[in-house]
Design a protein around this ligand. Structure first.
Ligand SMILES: C[S@@+](CC[C@H](N)C(=O)[O-])C[C@H]1O[C@@H](n2cnc3c(N)ncnc32)[C@H](O)[C@@H]1O
Length: 310
């Protein structure tokens, strides 16, 4: 079943990105194109929007927008595409990351992302490359699986060990329902206060797609793409993503202690990025779309400081 994608924190993202006139904006996570369409509304006739997604189905959804001469689409992992853009000498006034999965991906059982619908245990955003979730879970040592659950799903260590043990007992696991079943028999629902499979699926997906490594490399490339005054905007959905973006911005801020409300740094720290205010979705948005509940929007503005030897 495909229900379409509700673009999360759309107005807040647009406020932080402020696309206008003949600017060049990069939407690194096209998905269903919700943010892209709004960005195009704000850009003038000379503006340019470069959209990226590693999922070939997102490329199909972008087909209609290609009629707009200001729009171009690149299929691939965002870290690799952003790096190529830097090498080609492209500069951007804004880069947007709306991380994680689209509802198209979650709702399509055959992709294997859903812990409630039955499908093959795949979870690759690009199904043509890399190891599937089944390859990983059926081959890895239980200790490695347990580490992945702790690191990328914030699963408590004891619970992660029990789940990894149950997975290795039931191998080979071939479907999402088999994985959910293994989790349920290792961890009671009452114990977790909700479906315990949620964090396990998240952890395996983040690992299989190298999401944190990809995000770190992509943020480095985005920084090189941005012109002075350029805006970096990231919407995160779990602690691993959020920590990565937060750390990156903090590192580039250096010792700057100016409050984010000040337009320029006055403390003499010469930061590369100036942090914006962290935002959460409104109560109304969470009410309309429960998938937005864990979202955090972080933003930063590129200063005039050179990147140096980086
Ligand atoms: C939350 S959705 C974006 C939704 C979009 N903003 C909208 O409003 O329709 C995230 C998208 O990013 C893509 N994605 C995730 N990681 C990626 C990566 N490393 N490289 C390229 N695309 C990625 C996913 O395939 C997914 O389509």
């Amino acid at each position: 079943m495909t229900t379409g994608h509700y673009p999360v924190m759309l107005e807040e993202a647009l406020e932080a990105l402020t696309p206008k006139g003949d600017e060049t904006i990069v939407d690194a996570t096209f998905g269903g194109g919700g943010h892209s369409r709004r960005i195009l509304e704000e850009l003038g006739p000379g503006g340019r929007l470069i959209a990226i997604d590693r999922d070939p189905e997102a490329a199909e959804r972008a087909a209609k927008l290609r009629e707009d001469p200001r729009f171009s689409f690149k299929v691939g992992a965002y870290d690799e595409v952003l790096k190529r853009l830097v090498e080609e000498g492209v500069r951007a006034d804004g880069v947007l990351f709306d991380l994680g999965l689209s509802s198209f991906q979650i709702d399509e059982a055959e992709r294997g992302f859903s812990y409630v619908q039955e499908g093959p245990l795949d979870m690759r955003m690009d199904p043509s490359s890399g190891r599937s979730a089944a390859d990983f879970l059926n081959e890895a040592e239980p200790a490695e699986i347990s580490d992945v659950l702790v690191r990328y799903g914030d699963v408590p260590r004891g619970e992660a060990r029990r789940v990894a043990g149950e997975i290795s007992k039931r191998r080979p696991l071939l479907t999402t329902v088999e994985l959910s079943g293994a989790v349920r028999s290792a961890v009671g629902w009452k114990e977790r206060g909700g479906n315990p499979a949620k964090r396990v699926f998240q952890a395996v997906r983040v690992f299989v797609n190298d999401e944190i490594g990809g995000l770190e490399r992509a943020l480095d490339a985005a920084e090189e793409l941005l012109v002075p005054g350029g805006r970096l905007v990231a919407i995160t959905f779990h602690s691993g993503e959020d920590r990565t973006v937060k750390r990156f911005i903090k590192d580039r801020e250096g010792r700057c202690v100016c409050p984010p409300e000040l337009p320029v740094c006055v403390c003499g720290a010469a930061p590369i990025l100036r942090r914006g205010v962290v935002r959460k979705p409104s109560q109304q948005e969470v009410g309309e779309n429960s998938r937005s509940a864990s979202a955090r929007l972080r933003s930063a503005v590129r200063t005039n400081e050179p990147l140096g030897g980086r």
